[in-house]
Design a protein around this ligand. Sequence first.
Ligand code: 8ID
Ligand code: ZN
Length: 358
Amino acid sequence: KVPKTHKACVYDKVGSCSIAIRDVETPEPGPGEVLVQLTHSGVCHSDYGIMMNTWAHMPAPTAEGQVGGHEGVGFVAKLGDGAERSGVKVGDRVGIKWVSAACLACPPCLEGMEGLCFNQKISGYFTPGTFQQYAIGPANYVTPVPESLPGELAAPMLCAGVTTYAALKKSGASSGQWVVISGAGGGLGTVAVSLGAKAMGYRVIGIDAPSKKDVILDSGAEHFIDVTAHDDDSIAEEVKNLTGHGAKAVIMCTQSNRAYGQALGMLGFAGTVVCVGMPEGDPVPIARSYPAAIVTKQSSIVGSAVGNRREAAEVMDFATRGLVKFPVKTVGMGDLQSVFESMGKGEIRGRVVLDLSR
Ligand code: 8ID
Ligand code: ZN
């Protein structure tokens, strides 16, 4: 009963905030692939970056007519040749992530870093994404999604969840230590606050604009810092006042260049800044600090790009056990353009998820 065509949200003018709803042909799964009937897709700021072409490092703007989206959850509707060898059956609940396909054979894949796969396909950037009712994924790389987790909570785990979980693990913080989430009120931010505080046992400080204060505290942060009430030095002082001698880690969940400039100063001794947000526009140095400050505090700066299959499974498990609580707003496909307009103004609180049946 797979239809010949289905509804998709497409970028009809790459470089500007414009979405068209079109009927597109439903594809046939190729060898080793599955066709997934999607029920929900989260909307990530990375989709906005691709649509607006705001990432200076991107090799090429995406194509006109591209279907975006990379937090897709649904049910397997059809198997391509040989797909059953991966153990996937029609009707299984699965998800599609940012890395929608990884080769599992290149050097980073062999080290369990599929986010860095040399041959990766990116959902919603040249590969048709999840802002549509049907999409293709490899049978051996779709993410199993537990039946008991509602779709609007499962979808954000496929990017915001796996990404912030992997980033928190890279921070080297132990439970009971202070972790700052910069950009704490957005999609990645609220998920990171909740995972950090509830699932991983950190003491969390969230930084963002004052309109996000309640969602940050509701997601599990002990303290909120209003970024608009501070300059670059006083915000670091505020973190030191709250923590005693600085944070063990700062997780950058924002695209703000200014926030990146403030992060190192918030660290205590032997702390780590984990870079996750993708700055928009011209790249700027992330250190206002001198090398000597990095030396004498033994600070680390690390990057974190999405996560691997194991981390995806682990974060799904946390969510299924009720340990990831963040604000979710569900809207219809016709609302995507206005969601992106709000996102461009920094107004999103938590994650917005498309209900793909409407
Ligand atoms: O694998 C990765 N590394 C990865 C995966 C997914 C997303 C990276 N990202 C990147 C996105 O491309 C984006 O750059 O993470 C960033 C955050 O994505 P998001 O959470 O989906 O974006 P959002 O919901 O719009 O939230 C951004 C938050 O930043 C705040 C905003 O108020 C908003 O709550 N913010 C801004 I704008 N300026 C700030 C500042 N100076 C700030 N927060 C603190 N200080
Ligand atoms: Zn994303």
